[in-house]
Design a protein around this ligand. Structure first.
Ligand code: TXA
Ligand code: MG
Length: 360
């Protein structure tokens, strides 16, 4: 089946009032070896039963995902964790007691139940219990742990509505379960609990401070997260991610300087005959003079990185759709959810310009 065209069935499910009878067909397909896209509170996932090696291979194939990038295993009950790992560290247990179901992936030792294909040969496995009612119902009905990366073509922004999934994968997967827009919009926090000090491999809605408070151990950031030049600690981190087709420039610094720089760059890009897009805070949008031919999108107020997170990937896809060649984006303060948001914006951007320093 790999690479072959197939019919993709699409079903809409109301997340407020999940009709489980509608989920029986995709759940059966999932259990029997099909691949099914489904909503989670973070982004849409592309699921395969961990016990169906052909389905897992098909997930890698349809995404164009490198085989050395491990998949997260999704579960519907905390108890399922015990079969997937021989030894869950106490700090990880404390974290999942508080943050599951939710946007937290724990990396723990892998049990023999988990095929190495799923973990790209690693002896540790990433596990998450999502909070989206449709995801939980689907996985529970399938009755198997579900390996699921984000349901986008590798290199494209993660999907936050079912239409994004269809854009990338229609005709290549068996089902798309449409449960509406994702509430968080940015992928889960990934924390490695196998190291003496737990390390965040990918920042998300659950922050290091939240984890430290709940686990009672100091949770750190993996090297490379604060300075991108270092060795990637998580296999997924070495790949170009979330990239829009246009060239994105990310500006960080005092508002006055960013404002002046944006005005200058807009003029330059237009003079160069480029189609320009802007990704702005509401505060900047209110004061910046935007020429008519420029596509301006507002993410949220600077004080609301949560809302910006729900909108980021959709805006990047919209720029692609409109054929924007240069995207000028404004950075957010790196506190709370702003840390994860800026991590994704940095990955999408080809150039990062910090205006306090002299260099670009
Ligand atoms: O929010 C999410 O986590 C979404 C939804 C669908 O649950 N999933 C998602 O999956 O973002 P994916 O495959 O796009 O990203 C998984 C990340 C990658 O950076 C991968 O390298 C890391 O998690 N990861 C998974 N298993 C790992 C492991 N055993 N050790 C280290 N990193 C792991
Ligand atoms: Mg992904």
């Amino acid at each position: 089946m790999e690479g072959e065209h197939c019919q993709t069935r699409i079903i809409k499910i109301d997340p407020q009032n999940v009709d489980e009878s509608l989920l029986v067909p995709p759940a059966e397909v999932l259990r029997e070896g099909g691949v099914v896209a489904f909503p989670t509170e973070t982004v849409y996932g592309l699921g395969a039963s961990i016990f169906q090696p052909r389905a897992v291979r098909r997930v890698f194939a349809v995404k164009g995902r490198p085989a050395d990038n491990p998949l997260i295993v999704h579960i519907a009950e905390k108890e399922w964790l015990e079969e997937l790992t021989p030894s869950c560290p106490p700090a990880a247990w404390r974290a999942v007691e508080v943050f599951w179901p939710g946007p937290l992936t724990i990396v723990v030792p892998r049990s023999a139940q988990v095929p190495p294909l799923v973990t790209a040969g690693l002896d540790k496995v990433g596990i998450r219990m999502p909070s989206h009612p449709v995801a939980l119902a689907l996985i529970r009905l399938a009755g198997v742990p579900v390996a699921a990366p984000s349901a986008n073509t590798s290199g494209r922004p993660s999907p936050t509505v079912a239409a994004h999934v269809a854009e990338d994968l229609a005709g290549k997967i068996d089902w798309i379960v449409d449960g509406g827009p994702c509430q968080v919009g940015i992928e889960s926090t990934v924390v490695d609990f196998t190291t003496p000090r737990p390390l965040i491999l990918r920042p998300g809605a659950i922050t290091a401070e939240m984890l430290t408070e709940v686990t009672g151990v100091e949770v750190g950031m993996a090297p490379g997260l604060s300075s991108p030049a270092e060795t990637p600690p998580s296999p997924g981190m070495k790949y170009v991610h979330y990239a829009p087709q246009g060239e994105m420039f990310l500006f960080e610094g005092p508002e006055e300087k960013v404002h002046a720089e944006l005005a200058k760059r807009i003029e330059e890009a237009l003079a160069g005959g480029k189609r320009v897009g802007l990704l702005l805070t509401a505060e900047m949008a209110a004061r910046l003079q935007v020429p008519e031919e420029v596509v301006a999108m507002t993410l949220s107020s600077r004080k609301n990185p949560e809302e910006a997170g729900t909108r980021l990937y959709g805006c990047l896809r919209e720029f692609d759709r409109l054929g924007v060649e240069i995207i000028l984006a404004e950075g957010y303060p790196r506190v709370g959810r702003g840390i994860a948001l800026m991590n994704r914006m940095e990955k999408a951007a080809r150039r990062h310009i910090r205006l306090e320093s002299d260099e670009e």
